[in-house]
Design a protein around this ligand. Structure first.
Ligand code: GDP
Length: 691
């Protein structure tokens, strides 16, 4: 017969993981009583161990959901706190300490918490029972206790004493039953006394006749009756703290001698139910009956809940199976797939383009500094006359000066640290691409995975950085001494320079145009620019300290004017440079001293091509090979199931999906167990309970 209770308690515990509605649970025994009514003593006597928090302050601040599991084949006795991951705590004083700490963690201000502590005790000496210990009712609020404390305790207890739970109402014999807080509470929710067991403690403290009268009480009749106990171990043994597993035996012995000393009041003839052992039996019987009779309604509720979960699974999630592991694996696969695709789109040509445009900028700046560094007026032929190209600054190939100019520029280009620059450009581009892939992947909602992936990329890139830049630097070394440009390279370079300069010119003009609205129109800008020009030539003396402005213009306006003049001059110079490149002389590589723009562009192309060859081997291929492996390492097998679960639940959509599946699985499991339980029960009924 007891197998049933054990199985039902098991089901009850599974149902607790499903959570939510009270119809989805099997009954438990809820223990209520005033402070000092002897509630803890009764519970400890049943368990056979001292394990509950003790102290002057109110120590029970959270419900303790206590599951007792009878283990007939084992001599071990231990407790477990499943929520804390604390397994096999064999020392009961350590259980007591943990309970005290958990209770004390509830702040004074909060006074009581509805969050239950789950504790399971395994022993061959306990019956299969499911009990809930609640904070004791208080009569008067203590000095340091908040005023609402009484109210809060009462609310918490009310939550638990609802049907179908059994109420174990503890009252002390030395207090008038009419004043018993436990009975008063029970009457409110169970007026006909159908699911309340009365326990009268401290029978030894009142006259036996009075004790017997209480047990026969007709004023508060309870269908399940009253049980009288003396659950205090005799003081004489207190000097040596007894082996606590003897607690029940000691109490039972003590009770026996007390009750048999008063046969008239408590003997078999008296018709009263006394003793902790009897109480235990009563609890077992009542719990099993109550659970059995709840079985049908609970299983109906579960079936309904399961139908809802199944429906949600179908409609919302298309019956798509999902587990945290499969979600991670799928996400990782999809990410690796996207990465693979990227590797096919980003290779040598793309690296070359990136690197070349970086070098283009360097070349532009370099030439601007060396060749186009004089005021525009000195360089410009009359009215920027395109037909007048012969007037452009001449560069005589035989002039040592122009030779030196070009050699110095070339050397500045080859020695600017191409190895470092090229590696940085490609590495940052790879990292940026990984970030982009991440943002478009399902990892976007997962901070943990995002960090792992970004770190995987940067680790590999950092590891390769120095050797790659050294390699690249080494292999461009020959260009530091000599650069040969053939006709084809020359004409390609020339075309390219025109494109680059055109783009530069566009940017410049756009920037200039954008200043107009900022100063209040084109005319205004022209006025300021004219003023700045005159001031620069010395035609006007600018007064003021520059901050307050001059010539009737504010300082801010003047700053804009100066910026505009700079942009206009720059645009002029770029136009000049374009003219120079387009000039007839520049069609021939022999005129390289005349056309440094073209020569340096061709040189930059050579540098980029050579660098890319080595970047490809040293950085790109390595990265493409190692990155997916590094991902597997960081997000694959070595993650613990908890980490995988945590990862999956970071995404609220996935969390909900997983919860629905889990709920469905739990409910299915419970129903299965219930069905087999009912079969067992049916068999019991046919053959009668085995002894
Ligand atoms: P709780 O506050 O309701 O948990 O009460 P306790 O179990 O801590 O008991 C309060 C006090 O009453 C303690 O000092 C116990 O030793 C004592 N006590 C509990 N049960 C009995 C009993 O049956 N007889 C006697 N004489 N004292 C008891």
């Amino acid at each position: 017969m007891m197998v049933l209770t054990k199985k039902m308690i098991e089901i009850r515990n599974i149902l607790q993981k499903v959570g939510q509605s009270s119809s989805l649970t099997l009954p438990s025994i809820v223990v209520i009583g005033s402070q000092s009514s002897g509630k803890s003593s009764v519970l400890e006597a049943i368990v056979g161990h001292e394990f509950l928090p003790k102290g002057l302050n109110m120590v029970t601040r959270r419900p303790i959901e206590l599951t007792l599991v009878n283990t007939p084949d084992s001599t071990e006795e231990y407790g477990e706190f499943p929520d804390l991951g604390l397994r096999k705590v064999t020392d009961f004083s350590s259980i007591q300490r943990t309970l005290t700490e958990l209770n004390m963690a509830v702040s004074e201000a909060e006074c009581v918490s509805h969050d239950p502590i789950h504790l399971t005790i395994y022993s061959r000496n306990v019956p299969d029972l499911s009990l809930i210990d609640l904070p004791g009712y208080i009569q008067v609020v203590g000095q340091n206790q908040p005023l609402q404390l009484k109210q809060k305790i009462s609310e918490l207890c009310d939550k638990y004493i609802q049907p179908p739970n059994v109420i174990l109402a503890i009252s002390a014999a030395d207090v008038d039953l009419a004043n018993s807080a436990a009975l008063r509470a029970s009457r409110r929710v169970d007026p006909r006394g159908e699911r309340t067991i009365g326990v009268i403690t401290k029978l030894d403290l009142v006259d036996p006749a009075r004790g017997a009268a209480i047990l026969n009480d007709k004023q508060y009749p309870l269908r399940l009756g009253y049980v009288g106990v003396v659950s205090k171990a005799p003081q004489s043994q207190g000097l040596f703290k007894m082996g606590s597993s003897d607690l029940l035996a000691t109490i039972a012995k003590n009770e026996k001698s007390y009750f048999s000393a008063h046969p008239h009041e408590f003997g078999p003839e008296a018709g009263v139910n006394v003793g902790t052992l009897n109480l235990r039996k009563t609890l077992m019987r009542v719990l099993e009956q109550t659970m059995s009779s709840s079985l049908q309604s609970t299983s109906d509720a579960i079936r309904q809940e399961l139908e809802e979960a199944t429906y949600e699974f179908k409609v919302q999630y298309n019956d798509r199976p999902l587990s945290a592991e499969s979600y991670l694996a799928e996400s990782l696969d999809a990410f690796k797939h996207a990465f693979k695709q990227f590797t096919e789109e980003f290779g040598r040509p793309e690296m070359h383009e990136l690197l070349k445009s970086e070098l283009d900028q360097k070349v532009l700046d370099l030439l601007a500094a060396r060749y186009w560094n004089k005021p525009v007026t000195d360089l410009t032929p009359a009215q920027h006359d395109l037909d007048n190209l012969a007037d452009l600054p001449k560069a005589d190939p035989d002039s040592l000066y122009w030779r030196r100019q070009l050699d110095a520029s070339t050397s500045a280009l080859t020695k600017l640290g191409v190895g470092r620059l090229a590696t940085t450009v490609i590495a940052s581009s790879l990292q940026a691409h990984v970030d982009k892939l991440l943002a478009n992947s399902s990892f976007a909602n997962h901070p943990f995975a995002k960090k792992a992936i970004t770190e995987a990329a940067s680790t590999i890139l950092n590891e390769r950085f120095y050797s790659t830049s050294d390699q690249v630097e080494n292999c461009i070394k020959p260009f530091k001494f000599d650069i040969e440009v053939d006709e084809r390279e020359w004409s390609q370079g020339r075309d390219h320079v025109v494109t680059v300069l055109k783009k530069e010119l566009q940017d410049c003009e756009a920037a200039l145009a954008s200043l107009e609205p900022a100063v209040g129109g084109r005319r205004k800008l022209k006025e300021v620019m004219t003023f700045v020009d005159k001031a620069r030539k010395g035609d006007i003396t600018v007064e003021g300290d520059g901050r307050s402005g001059a010539g009737g213009f504010s300082a801010a306006l003047l700053a804009k004017g100066r910026e505009a003049v700079f942009l206009r001059d720059r645009a002029d110079i770029i136009k000049m440079r374009m003219m120079a490149v387009k000039a007839k002389q520049c069609s021939n590589p022999k005129n390289k001293y005349y056309c440094p723009e073209v020569f340096l562009d061709a040189a930059a192309t050579k540098l980029a091509s050579t660098a890319v060859l080595f970047l490809n081997v040293e950085l790109l291929s390595e990265f493409y090979y190692n990155f997916p492996r590094e991902l597997d390492l960081r997000l694959g097998r070595h993650l613990s199931p908890e980490e995988v679960e945590k990862f999956a639940k970071e995404d609220p959509k996935i969390r909900r999906h997983l919860e629905v599946i889990r709920k469905k699985e739990l409910l299915e499991l419970v129903l299965e167990k219930m069905d087999s339980l009912r079969q067992l029960e049916g068999r019991d009924r046919e053959h009668g309970p085995h002894a």
